[in-house]
Unconditional design. Structure first.
Length: 340
């Protein structure tokens, strides 16, 4: 009798554990499926577009949700010795994982473009956190760059760069008037001559800037420094700001760099791709490289800093850099002419 009671308790415990695993796995599957669906929806009636942009910044964490779901559902099946509903849930999890993973495959597969000649121009993009970034750290991080795109640069930050010797390395500069504070300052520094430059969107602010750098062996390359406003809870300004930049960017021999306040799944990045632009990390197969937040207890969670190149250019090297006293990692890429 005691043996039977013990056996019954074991069976009961297994059944309870199986139900908990099934519930947990089902919840994770629902979260993952919601993320996968949200990745293909640009607008939701009744939800402010800025709010939706904030939510969908994290949709590629669906793969993590699917991993949790798969483990929990498998455990449930093993504990309960089967179950058609649970087996079907496992099949759906696998199918959705493959679907979502296919969208991310370009991140890990290098394009291996043919390159026309050995000449490169190396571009660094860095957000300075309202000008608070350490000038000496920035100068060190920019040591291998030819062109540096800085957003959220202020007058005092520019003075700090002068004091650090930064302008000795990068004697040419282009950009709009620098503010005393805030996020609107943008400046492009270069080892090579620059045109005077102009606002990327004449009707917009000075935080989106276009110039041309003349690179030995490559000739003129347009550099667009971009920093469209970030989405705000309940706001409607994020998408118009994205369009203002997108519609004024040249589509040939162009590098677009900066803090886009957008991730690959957002419609603005998809429109860049539709116009032939490709992300530097995708071109070299660098994988998922989040850039924000770069300080504090959390690791970087989303990739909103990008370096895009037009279809006639390619990238042969990509990395992230860390600069002290800013909440963004910088992105650094070696750009060359694409052969053919």
């Amino acid at each position: 009798m005691r043996t039977q009671d013990a056996g019954a308790r074991v069976v009961g415990a297994r059944a309870v554990a199986a139900r908990w695993c099934a519930t947990f796995g089902g919840a994770a599957l629902v979260v993952g499926a919601g993320c996968t669906l949200a990745r293909r929806i640009d607008v939701v009636p009744g939800i402010a577009r800025d709010t939706w942009a904030m939510v969908t910044s994290f949709v590629d964490f669906a793969l993590l949700a699917y991993g949790v779901a798969l483990v929990a559902l498998l455990a449930s099946v093993l504990l309960s010795r089967g179950g058609p509903v649970r087996l079907a849930a496992i099949g759906l999890t696998v199918a959705l994982t493959v679907l979502h993973g296919s969208w991310l495959l370009p991140d890990v597969v290098a394009d291996r473009d043919p390159v026309a000649g050995p000449e490169r121009v190396t571009v660094l993009s860095q957000n300075l956190l309202f000008g608070a970034a350490d000038p000496s750290s920035l100068r060190s991080a920019a040591g291998g760059a030819d062109v540096v795109v800085l957003v959220e640069i202020t007058r005092s930050a520019a003075d700090g760069l002068v004091a650090s010797g930064f302008e000795e390395d990068f004697p040419y500069a282009s950009g709009g008037p620098l503010p005393e504070g805030g996020p609107s300052g943008t400046r492009i520094y270069s080892r090579y001559p620059l045109t005077a430059g102009e606002r990327l969107d004449p009707a917009g602010g000075a935080q989106n800037w276009l110039t041309t750098v003349t690179v030995p062996g490559l000739g003129p390359i347009s550099v667009a420094a971009v920093h469209p406003r970030r989405p705000r809870l309940g706001g409607q300004d994020w998408w118009p700001a994205q369009l203002q930049v997108l519609e004024h960017v040249p589509t040939t021999r162009t590098v677009v760099a900066g803090d886009f306040n957008a991730v690959d799944s957002h419609p603005s990045l998809r429109q860049y791709a539709a116009r032939g632009f490709r992300d530097a990390d995708d071109l070299v197969g660098a994988g998922w490289r989040p850039t924000f937040p770069a300080e504090g207890a959390l690791p970087p969670l989303i990739a909103i800093d990008h370096l895009l190149v037009s279809a006639d250019l390619t990238v042969t090297d990509f990395s992230r850099v860390r600069v002290s006293r800013t909440d963004h990692l910088g992105v650094l890429a070696a750009v060359g002419l694409r052969a053919g």
